[in-house]
Design a protein around this ligand. Structure first.
Ligand SMILES: [Zn+2]
Length: 394
C-alpha cells in the first residue's frame, strides 16, 4: 500500500515496523459538539484501520482526549460547570456521535489528566538534556536550542524561523508570555493560574501543555517509534512539529513517526468549519436526516488529503448511493458468497493508492447499478462485501 507522508511530501510504500501496525491520532478537546470536520478525520482512520485489517495486518490504535486546557476551563466557566463535568459530558457525546457513524473506538482512548506523571517525567528529561528550561513554575521547550526544529513545518511552506513566527503570530497559537525566552518556545508545564485546576510537580502546582501529552501518550502506549501518526491538516504546525521535537529529543530515536498523515479541512459557506465560526454541521443534527451510511459516503466521496466544501446536494447524492447499496442487499438477500475478481482487484488498487476511497466508491456504485440491471447476484454480493470493508452496513 502507498501512503502519502506529509514529512517527506511523497507517496511511500507502507511497511510497518513489526507485525502490529501502530497508529496514533490526535483526538478532540471536549468542550463542544462533533461536527463534520471531526467526522472526516476520525472516519479516515477508521477506514484505514478496517482496510489494514482486511489486508491481514493487526492494528493498535491510540487516540487522546485533551480533557484539560484553556478552552475547557473557559467554556466550563461560561456554562457554570466544573471543568471535568463538562469534559465528561462532551467525551460521552463525542463517543456517541462517532459510534452512531459506525466509527470504531480506538484500542486506547487516553485522557491527558491520566498522563500527568509521565508528562512530568518527559519534561524533566528535556530540561536535563538542555532542550527545555524552567521559569517561575513553568517549563518551556527551547526552540532556538533545537537546530532540527521545524522539519515538518517545511511541508506547509514554513521554511525558517521567521516564517514559523509569522504564522504563529497570525494564528495566535504561541501565546505571549514574558516567562519565555523566545516567542516560539512552547509550554510543557504551565504554572497554576488563580482558580484553575492543578496537579503537583517538581516545579510547583500546574498542568501540562497541549503538545506534550501526545508525545507522552504515543511513546507510552505504542513505543518510541510508530508507524502512523495522524490528525487534521491544521495540526501540522505547531502541534505535530512540536511533538517531533519533544519525542525525538526525549527518546534519542528518529524518526518518531514513519508516516505522517494529515486530513484536509472541511469548509462550509466558504469558510473552514470550526468552533469559532459557528458554521458547524453537527453530526447529531445530520443523523436526524441522513443514515450513518449516507454520512460515511459523503465523507468517503472525498479523498482524505484534500480540503473540500460540504454542499447540501452532496448529502442528497450520498443518500442515493446508500439507497443503491440497499437495493443490492434486497437483490441478493442474506447470501454473501458472491465473488467478482475484477471488481475486487480494482477496489484493492484504489485503496492501495493512498486510500483512494472516492475512486473505490465510484467503482462500487457502477457495479451496484450493473448488478441491479442484470440481476447479477454474484456481483451484488461482491459489492456488499467491499462496502463492508468501507464500514458501510447495507
Ligand atoms: Zn496530538
Amino acid at each position: 500500500m502507498k501512503l502519502f507522508n506529509t514529512l517527506t511530501q511523497s507517496l511511500q510504500e507502507f511497511v510497518p515496523l513489526d507485525d502490529t501496525v501502530k497508529i496514533y491520532v490526535c483526538g478532540v478537546t471536549p468542550y463542544d459538539t462533533t461536527h463534520l470536520g471531526h467526522a472526516f478525520t476520525y472516519l479516515t482512520f477508521d477506514t484505514l484501520m478496517r482496510y489494514l485489517e482486511y489486508t491481514g495486518h493487526k492494528v493498535k490504535y491510540v487516540q487522546n482526549v485533551t480533557d484539560i486546557d484553556d478552552d475547557v476551563i473557559r467554556k466550563a466557566r461560561e456554562l457554570g460547570m466544573q471543568w471535568d463535568e463538562l469534559g465528561n459530558r462532551e467525551i460521552e457525546r463525542f463517543l456517541d456521535d462517532t459510534d452512531s457513524l459506525n466509527i470504531r473506538r480506538p484500542d486506547v482512548y487516553a485522557r491527558a489528566t491520566d498522563e500527568i506523571e509521565r508528562i512530568i517525567e518527559l519534561a524533566q528529561a528535556l530540561v536535563e538534556r538542555g532542550y527545555a528550561y524552567v521559569n517561575e513554575g513553568c517549563v518551556f521547550y527551547d526552540v532556538k536550542h533545537d537546530t532540527e526544529f521545524g522539519a515538518l513545518a517545511q511541508s506547509i511552506g514554513l521554511n525558517d524561523y521567521q516564517s514559523m513566527l509569522a504564522i504563529a503570530n497570525e494564528r495566535g497559537n504561541f501565546p505571549e508570555d514574558k516567562r519565555k525566552r523566545d516567542p516560539l518556545d512552547f509550554v510543557l508545564w504551565q504554572a497554576q493560574a488563580p482558580g484553575e485546576p492543578a496537579w503537583e510537580s517538581p516545579w510547583g502546582a500546574g498542568r501540562p501543555g497541549w503538545h506534550v501529552e501526545c508525545s507522552s501518550m504515543s511513546m507510552h502506549y505504542l513505543g518510541q517509534q510508530i508507524d502512523i501518526h495522524g490528525g487534521g491538516a491544521d495540526l501540522t504546525f505547531p502541534h505535530h512539529t512540536c511533538e517531533i521535537a519533544q519525542s525525538e529529543h526525549y527518546s534519542g530515536k528518529a524518526p518518531f513517526v514513519r508516516t505522517w498523515m494529515h486530513v484536509g479541512m472541511v469548509y462550509q459557506d466558504g469558510e473552514k468549519m470550526s468552533k469559532s465560526l459557528g458554521n458547524l454541521t453537527l453530526v447529531r443534527n445530520l443523523l436526524k436526516e441522513y443514515s450513518a451510511d449516507a454520512i460515511r459516503i459523503v465523507l468517503q466521496n472525498h479523498h482524505y488529503r484534500y480540503p473540500w466544501e460540504c454542499f447540501p446536494e452532496d448529502l442528497k447524492i450520498a443518500a442515493d448511493t446508500a439507497q443503491l447499496f440497499k437495493q443490492v442487499r434486497e437483490l441478493i438477500g442474506p447470501r454473501l458468497d458472491g465473488e467478482n475478481t475484477m471488481l475486487h482487484n480494482r477496489f484493492i488498487a484504489a485503496m492501495e493508492n493512498d486510500l483512494n476511497t472516492p475512486e473505490a466508491l465510484q467503482l462500487l456504485k457502477q457495479s451496484a447499478r450493473e448488478a441491479l440491471d442484470t440481476r447479477d447476484k454474484n456481483l451484488g454480493a461482491e459489492v456488499l462485501r467491499l462496502t463492508g470493508i468501507l464500514g458501510l452496513t447495507a
